[in-house]
Design a protein around this ligand. Structure first.
Ligand code: PLP
Length: 387
């Protein structure tokens, strides 16, 4: 795979002595995002400079930038949310389930995409089915996907999962999962937090019923921000909160107490109250604009080109990594033997490598600010821990 991007470290303020291979934990801040934040902070010195139209402007820009990243032609299906749990709350609030029916999730899935389903199922006497990873490393990704497809049946109301697994990077076959869901009328709900912005996602191809994304990782936004896409299945639904700004005609501030039954069109009823967020939203938009310039497919191929030369050596240490075709290049887990874990934590510290330990995996999450120096530090830390 050819990469056309050069290393982008200069756009960031990272400590060059540390190999920051941890975007799945939290993205570092770009200089331009920090500047957008400083400018936004100063705005409130003179509130007379904030017009009525400004309450809508950056949210509309966010809608269009996010839509560009996921190839979504219908911008008013995209809303701002403060967290994945919030976006998921609007999902479960608008699905119906009965005793005997089920929801399918993946083993060791991130809790914000599990707790809402636990409550939803237990409140209605329905079943939450967890499809765990197979207990073999041979063709693990393919087998995992096969068992997901085998689990979806005529009693399935929703399947909710990520595009890649947040711990080990296993790629889920959303195209075929979509097909199977459609066969049985089940909703397909995606938590794109660990993929959107770094791994290509196409709304027109995958046709999710909802796509929920926190932005402080692969979208380089500030914390407490997220973007969500809601498809037609959620048209006309009930939002979990009733904000004035989501009602039809809210642009006319002088008429706000002419209470209005109707919402803005599309999915805008699901947008969080005070979504104008004058300080954080310009930062988020600055980062999404940059990702659009880099292009998601180029980010993925940059990560692939950076990591590929090291894979053989890591495997030769006897460590398991899912094969490239079944995982993302921007996020992958290296399985660490239990008796090496403690030593690894030390060698990572000594070599100044930032990655995340999640269960028995060391999660590596590179981006365009990483270079060979960072990968060499990682390899050194791994070798001193296991050799
Ligand atoms: C897959 C995934 N989803 C969601 C989140 C964050 O969820 P929330 O926005 O509800 O805090 C994370 C954070 O690590 C995550 O990895």
């Amino acid at each position: 795979m050819k990469t056309i991007l050069k290393c982008q470290k200069d756009k960031f303020l990272l400590n060059r002595k540390t190999a920051y291979l941890n975007c799945a934990y939290m993205s570092p801040q770009m200089k331009k995002v920090e500047n957008a934040g400083k400018k936004a902070l100063r705005l409130k010195r003179q509130p007379d400079q904030v017009s009525g139209a400004d309450f809508f402007k950056e949210s509309d820009i966010a809608r269009s930038l996010f839509s560009g990243l996921i190839n979504n032609p219908t911008h008013n299906r995209v809303v701002s949310i403060p967290s994945v749990s919030y976006g998921m709350a609007n999902v479960v609030n608008n699905l119906r389930i009965s005793k005997g029916e089920n929801v399918v999730v993946i083993g060791d899935q991130f809790p914000s995409n599990v707790y809402p389903w636990m409550t939803f199922c237990s409140e209605h006497g329905a079943k939450l089915i967890t499809v765990s990873a197979p207990d073999t490393f041979k063709n693990r990704g393919e087998k995992w996907n096969e068992s997901i497809l085998d689990t979806i049946n005529s009693s399935t109301v929703a399947v909710s999962l990520g595009h890649v697994h947040w711990v080990d990077g296993t790629l889920f076959d959303l195209v075929n999962i979509r097909k199977k869901c459609s066969e049985f009328g089940a909703a397909l709900i995606i938590d794109g937090t660990q993929s959107v912005g770094a791994y290509p996602f196409d709304v027109e191809v995958i046709q999710p019923d909802a796509l929920i994304v926190a932005t402080y990782k692969w979208l380089f936004g500030p914390y407490s921000m997220g973007m969500a896409y809601y498809g037609e299945r959620f048209d006309g639904g009930s939002p979990i909160e009733q904000s004035w700004i989501n009602r039809l005609g809210s642009e006319d501030f002088s008429g706000l107490v002419n209470y209005q039954e109707q919402y803005h069109e599309g999915a805008l009823r699901y947008e969080v109250g005070e979504h104008s967020n004058f300080m954080l939203k310009p930062m988020m938009n600055a980062s999404m604009r940059q990702i659009g310039r880099w292009k998601v497919e180029n980010i993925q191929s940059y990560c692939h080109a950076l990591v590929a030369p090291y894979l053989e050596e890591i495997s030769s240490l006897g460590l398991y990594i899912e094969k490239q075709s079944s995982r993302g290049a921007h996020l992958f887990g290296i399985k660490i033997p239990e008796d090496k874990m403690e030593k690894l934590q030390t060698t990572l510290k000594v070599n100044r490598v930032s990655v995340s330990i999640r269960g028995s995996f060391m999660r590596v999450a590179p981006h365009v600010y990483n270079d060979e120096r960072d990968m060499n530090k990682l390899l050194r830390a791994l070798k001193s821990a296991v050799e």
